[in-house]
Design a protein around this ligand. Structure first.
Ligand SMILES: C[S@@+](CC[C@H](N)C(=O)[O-])C[C@H]1O[C@@H](n2cnc3c(N)ncnc32)[C@H](O)[C@@H]1O
Length: 208
């Protein structure tokens, strides 16, 4: 049985409005919602999916969030890719268990986590990001949900200047100017590998 643990990120779900409120459980602290409260101690140790009653009688669902729910509520440095795009990218880039994947930029880590889940323990994800503060946020976001990961390399680098990595099976980009990475990506992508760039507007599609 999965339980709600001290130190864990959980979601409280308002059952009427179906809104999610993210919090990190800490013994001794109190969750507050619209003037009502519940001590974290009353949540810690309860089964995942427990319905709890707040101080003035409102009931809420306490859950371990699904990956999609977690991603949209996690702290952000950069704008994240949303679950519908994460799913599509995983399919179109054909991310498979055991694959070595190069990604940039890492941003808040939403795509990175999706790649890690898809490649599994035998795969490897390398993610380059120009902003060191974003890398810190991303690692926190990733490890809070997945736990410590040993098959992830987070690298502080300007990918427009170059990529110093060994051969990979897949290249996945979510960058403002992805066309500047095409020559570098060509050098690290194996024969038969896949290059996928997420571009939300038409001009970068044309340039890339
Ligand atoms: C839209 S965000 C990526 C969001 C990420 N896919 C996610 O789901 O959380 C784009 C990221 O590219 C990074 N970036 C921009 N230019 C870069 C460069 N030249 N080299 C590496 N990263 C860069 C930005 O700092 C930003 O974090």
């Amino acid at each position: 049985m999965r339980t709600l643990c001290d130190g864990q990120r959980i979601h409280m779900v308002d059952q009427k409005k179906e809104r999610h409120y993210a919090l990190t459980l800490k013994a001794g602290e109190t969750f507050q919602h619209s003037g009502e409260t519940i001590p974290h101690d009353e949540l810690i140790g309860k089964p995942d999916g427990t319905v709890v009653t707040l101080s003035r009688g409102t009931t809420m669902l306490a859950i371990n969030p699904t990956f999609a729910d977690y991603v949209v509520k996690m702290p952000r440095g950069a704008q994240i890719l949303y679950p519908k795009d994460l799913a599509t990218i995983t399919m179109w880039a054909d991310i498979y268990p055991g694959a070595d994947v190069f990604e940039s930029g890492c941003g808040s880590g939403a795509m990175t986590m999706t790649l890690l889940r898809a490649v599994g323990e035998k795969g490897h994800v390398i993610s380059h990001e120009i902003r060191e503060d974003f890398l810190k946020t991303a690692r926190k976001n990733i490890e809070r949900y997945l736990g410590p990961v040993t098959n992830l390399s987070l690298v502080h680098n300007d990918v427009y200047a170059g990529i110093d990595e060994a051969e990979v099976d897949r290249v996945v980009l979510d960058l403002p100017e992805p066309w500047r990475v095409v020559p570098h990506a060509a050098k690290i992508l194996r024969s038969g590998g896949i290059f996928l760039s997420f571009v939300p507007t038409v001009p970068p599609v044309v340039t890339t």
